[in-house]
Design a protein around this ligand. Structure first.
Ligand code: NAG
Ligand code: NAG
Ligand code: NAG
Ligand code: NAG
Ligand code: NAG
Ligand code: NAG
Ligand code: NAG
Ligand code: NAG
Ligand code: NAG
Ligand code: NAG
Ligand code: NAG
Ligand code: NAG
Length: 666
């Protein structure tokens, strides 16, 4: 992806650099705008602010390409022209270097991390070693010996960078010819040769990412309220989105609360992920592997559940915002406790969660359960039954499923929020026995390349989409989420007004609650296609949630969606149709915001700051006076990789067998 402006501007600056334009008049005329800038932004919780920001007018610094950690001394102490804007190759984007830059922030104007074109060999995770440490079930009260990842450090490679606060901007740029120009500009003008001091004009960079919110969520929510009375200018918004759910048997969704005779098995997966940078969260193993497996399982079970409805209803749940202290699952549990959901906790028989399952080796998956609730004999009995059934289902599929040691607690999982409410039996399926197999947890490298999804060269996108189609659509789903959501299959399954949401690999960062995001919309429509049925009714009736003019009942049980369909051969006109399914959205907004408890210890308090512009540019400066004129321009894009792909696994089939077997449970 090109990050500098059009070629001629580029040539212009190259020429001016090479003919050595000097003097005072250069600087303000020659700007190269960075088109694709991926920032780190400010987030806030009950007690802290994390992330990055620039000053209101942008931070300007003299470019310094860091060649090694030893070279930091120039930036932090000896260089004569601070502040510096430090360009880092990704191997230098380490905790050690970043914390030194943070400590020396007087001399640091900002940081640019050049994203590599291929994943590194070493592990990298900007998340913490103990994800959601304080919001799962393992508190001091529940069992002090299990709190704070005492038994298992789940994410040993976590360096915690994504939870630090930096008072300078940090952007990511893709490594291409344009970053080459940045390096060249540095080499020509700024590099100290043989101990000499570089002379003006120097090559400088300016980054804008000013953030409106400060301090913590309580402070910015209070500012929102004050400002709102004067002018509707918000400074921060709660993180959140919508959960997607569906049931194998229609459940009256108008009547909330307990349902007599209803017993549901919740089959869950999380939807969201994160990385250090705002628009890059590919979440291949950490999120996509699990929810794609669940989608495939739901599809594989459609016929069976329609022909012979199981005694227990399976409720598929895809949770949003789980990265940020379990926003989606904690909200669903809260709604179940407060008669705001179609069933309540008394209706929940058990939970089967699909976690990270993209990296299993030797066809082995692990069944995690909770040692504390298992002390209750009836819970233990149900968990044992679940595990036996899972193991026998897997037996016929060349997959083995084992249990980790009995004293190990659950890995970070949505199920923990159900256990916080009551001791519900449940199992979490993972590709790791103890610490994560995922070396790139919640990082920009947890992508298609990492899951070995690749296609033979020279295949068109359409050929890639169709490449290997036998196992329950799993490959097409992975392709759609990890490589290209704008493909002919996804296009058919959505309404025409959502076409603009489709694109390259999906960004799974949860974002703020205004409307449902691309991942939510896609999963909602895919789940409807994979579990629902088409009904031959008019677009108007479909959109009005009825089968005909007299129908007043079905809307309680079903949801109707008009999708654009495909164009028949010899036509360019798509033929839309109506899908009837049990797929619904439910709020994934932390209850803390409904209750206005912005310092809540029970519920997520994460908010995202607002900002006006995110942009960057480079230019020559003639003197120490780094004053510059801002210009309005913001283009953001996802710079994830589009390296392509073949099929990994048949997890969906396994899970469908597993779910089938759970019906037999009594
Ligand atoms: C970058 O932005 C400039 C100014 O808007 C535009 O003219 C140019 O085409 C853009 N370049 C790319 C590669 O998108
Ligand atoms: C932080 O910077 C100060 C000087 O500004 C230095 O004395 C101190 O050792 C640094 N701390 C760390 C942890 O690098
Ligand atoms: C974990 O908890 C046990 C029991 O409370 C304690 O003996 C042990 O020291 C703890 N380990 C760590 C690493 O905190
Ligand atoms: C807020 O986030 C910071 C940084 O991750 C963390 O140290 C702190 O414990 C969090 N506060 C709460 C109340 O969760
Ligand atoms: C990058 O530069 C190389 C060598 O100058 C050239 O062959 C290549 O086409 C350029 N790539 C792009 C995307 O401009
Ligand atoms: C730097 O010093 C080395 C050895 O002292 C010399 O060979 C080289 O030419 C010098 N480079 C410049 C640009 O002066
Ligand atoms: C669903 O519940 C609503 C509200 O209680 C009720 O009016 C409606 O008749 C119910 N529909 C069905 C099909 O049970
Ligand atoms: C479901 O049944 C239909 C019609 O009987 C059949 O065409 C389809 O292949 C079946 N789907 C699955 C996933 O078994
Ligand atoms: C699902 O999508 C396919 C196109 O890929 C279409 O043929 C089928 O009719 C759809 N089914 C439903 C229930 O939407
Ligand atoms: C759909 O309904 C219309 C009008 O009732 C009818 O003409 C048409 O043949 C039906 N299409 C299908 C595929 O059943
Ligand atoms: C499409 O057009 C071709 C040639 O114009 C014709 O032979 C073919 O039968 C048409 N197919 C359909 C489905 O109408
Ligand atoms: C389902 O329930 C019916 C009646 O309650 C019972 O006869 C049947 O055996 C049950 N089926 C399964 C698979 O448990």
């Amino acid at each position: 992806m090109d990050l500098l402006s059009s070629k001629w501007i580029l040539n212009l600056i190259l020429c001016s650099l090479f003919i050595g334009v000097g003097g005072n008049s250069v600087e303000k005329k020659i700007y190269v705008h960075l088109n694709y800038t991926v920032p780190c932004v400010r987030l806030l919780n009950a007690t802290h602010q994390i992330g990055c920001q620039s000053s209101l007018s942008g931070n300007v610094g003299v470019l310094h390409v860091l060649e090694s950690e030893d070279n930091l001394d120039w930036v932090l102490k000896s260089g004569p022209n601070p502040p510096y804007l430090v360009i880092l190759e990704s191997p230098l984007f380490t905790r050690s270097i970043m914390m030194k830059l943070k400590n020396g922030s007087r001399r640091v104007a900002g940081v640019v991390v050049v994203a590599p074109n291929a994943n590194p060999l070493e592990a990298f995770s900007p998340h913490t070693t103990c994800p959601n440490e304080n919001s799962g079930v393992y508190s001091e009260d529940y069992d002090p010996a299990l709190a704070h990842c005492n038994v298992t450090v789940w994410n040993p490679f976590g360096n915690g960078l994504a939870y630090e606060e930096f008072d300078f901007p940090i952007f990511s740029l893709k490594d291409d010819n344009d970053t080459h120009v940045i390096r060249q500009c540095y080499m020509e003008h700024n590099r100290a040769v043989n101990g000499s001091t570089p002379q003006y004009p120097l090559c400088a960079m300016q980054l804008y990412s000013h953030m409106s919110a400060v301090t913590n969520t309580a402070t910015c929510m209070r500012r929102n309220d004050i400002d709102f009375s004067i002018s509707p200018e918000m400074v921060c918004d709660p993180l959140g989105d919508y959960n997607v759910w569906a049931s194998t048997r229609p459940i009256n969704n108008t009547a909330k609360g307990h349902k007599m005779w209803e017993s549901v098995v919740i089959a869950a997966a999380r939807l969201d992920s994160r990385s250090f940078f705002f628009d890059i969260a590919p979440g291949a193993d950490s999120g996509v592997s699990g929810f794609v497996t669940l989608l495939a399982a739901a599809h594989a079970l459609r016929n069976a559940t329609q022909e012979a409805p199981p005694n227990r209803t399976i409720l598929y749940a895809f949770f949003q915002g789980e990265t940020f202290d379990y926003i989606g699952s904690s909200r669903m549990v809260y709604d179940m406790q407060n008669n705001q959901f179609a069933v309540d906790l008394d209706n929940v028989h058990s939970v089967l969660e699909i976690g990270q399952v993209g990296l299993h080796t030797e066809s082995k998956l692990w069944l995690h359960s909770d040692p504390v609730s298992r002390k209750n004999s009836s819970v233990l009995f149900q968990v044992r039954k679940l595990i036996e059934n899972l193991q026998s289902a897997a037996g016929g599929l060349n997959i083995s499923m084992d249990e980790p040691s009995v004293s190990q607690p659950l890995p970070p999982s949505s199920f923990q929020r159900f256990l916080r409410a009551r001791p519900i039996p449940g199992v979490v399926l993972e590709d790791h026995q103890s610490a994560f197999s995922n070396r790139f947890y919640e990082s920009m490298y947890d992508n298609a390349e990492y899951l070995n999804i690749s296609y033979p060269p020279n295949m068109t996108p359409e050929e890639q989409l169709e490449f290997v189609t036998d196992t329950a659509k799993v490959t097409r789903l992975l392709y759609g989420f990890l490589v290209r959501s704008n493909n002919s299959w996804f296009q058919q399954l959505i309404p025409s007004d959502l076409m603009s949401h489709l694109g390259k690999p999906t960004n799974f960062y949860v974002g703020v609650t205004q409307q449902s995001s691309e991942p939510t919309l896609l999963v909602q429509h895919l789940l409807a296609n994979l579990t629902g049925s088409t009904v031959n009714i008019t677009q108007e009736n479909c959109q009005n949630q009825r089968e005909d003019e007299n129908d007043k009942e079905n809307k309680h049980m079903y949801y109707y969606m008009w999708v654009q369909g495909a164009a028949p051969p010899n036509s360019t006109q798509r033929e839309g149709f109506c899908i009837r399914s049990t797929v619904r959205l439910s709020k994934a907004l932390s209850p803390a915001f409904d209750m206005r408890e912005y310092t809540s210890k029970d519920y997520s308090t994460w908010t995202e700051s607002r900002w006006k512009s995110i942009k960057g540019r480079i230019f020559l400066v003639a003197s120490h006076d780094l004053e510059v004129n801002p210009s309005p321009h913001r283009v953001k894009d996802n710079i994830c990789k589009a390296d392509l792909t073949h099929l990994p696994s048949c997890n969906g089939v396994v899970v469908s067998h597993i779910l089938q077997d759970i019906w037999i449970l009594k």
